[in-house]
Write a protein that binds this ligand. Structure first.
Ligand code: PGA
Length: 250
């Protein structure tokens, strides 16, 4: 089973509109004609329209970093999946560990957001991963199983067709510590197994599971060489054109 890799940038709370346009002005010519991998950039909400406009004539897709589960309502500060689709967003990160750690994201809200994103035809990138204490206590498998089971709850394989997962060990995010390709692979096998339980073996074989956590130009090649790793979700190293291009072209 050949799965097209997805190289996704998570800009977090970096770059304004002018910086977004400048990034794409430099970035797009360097990835012109690059079809081997799917390229997705997820800027802050307010930069999304400028990003969508910038990539119009290219193969690059734009995603958001979060989404609410309702179409509209009295939810101050939130953005709905309908609004994202309307401005030309095609992808969305759901359940990033920073949302879970700092903003009260739970397995249940991840499930609601995942359903809403799929319902609006968005490609969700659902993040799962253990924190350091969990890994050290030998709880990695339990945590990944729980996060997957609760995220996938009450979703049919048909509805989930566009699902993408990102395995992001929290201790590797922004720390310069990467999981070894073997450690990541082990986690990916487990996640694929959980997906198979819920959605079936065929679905699981097609499911793309990205690795995230200190992906850099220096380690991208070794990580992407693992058959279980179907791409990368890149934070810090996606902010500079040069390093993100190097990762995309690993
Ligand atoms: P990092 O972030 O590449 O800076 O470690 C990855 C992420 O949080 O998605």
């Amino acid at each position: 089973m050949v799965r097209k890799k997805m190289m996704a940038a998570n800009w977090k709370m970096y770059k304004n509109v002018a910086e977004t346009r400048e990034f794409f002005r430099e970035f797009l010519p360097l990835v012109a004609g690059h079809e081997r991998d799917e390229i997705v950039v997820c800027p802050p909400y307010v930069d999304v329209p400028a990003a969508v406009e910038s990539v119009k004539a290219s193969q690059v897709a734009i995603g958001a970093q979060d989404v609410h589960w309702k179409d509209e309502g009295a939810f101050t500060g939130e953005i709905s999946p309908r609004m994202l689709a309307d401005v030309g967003c095609t992808h969305v990160i759901v359940g990033h560990s920073e949302r879970r750690q700092y903003f009260g994201e739970t397995d249940d809200s991840v499930n609601l957001k995942l359903k809403a994103a799929l319902g609006h035809g968005l490609t969700p990138i659902v993040c799962v991963g253990e924190v350091l204490e969990e890994r050290e206590a030998g709880l990695t498998e339990d945590v990944l199983r729980r996060q997957c089971a609760r995220a996938f709850h009450a979703i049919s394989a048909k509805k989930a067709a566009k699902l993408v997962i990102a395995y992001e060990p929290v201790w590797a995010i922004g720390t310069g510590k990467t999981a070894t390709p073997e450690m990541a692979s082990e986690a990916h096998v487990l996640i694929r197994g959980e997906a198979a339980k819920v959605f079936g073996e065929d679905f699981a074989q097609q499911l793309r599971i990205l690795y995230g956590g200190s992906v850099k130009p220096e380690n991208a090649k070794a990580l992407m060489a693992e058959p279980e790793i179907d791409g990368a979700l890149v934070g810090g190293a996606s902010l500079a054109v040069k390093s993100f291009v190097a990762i995309v072209k690993y």
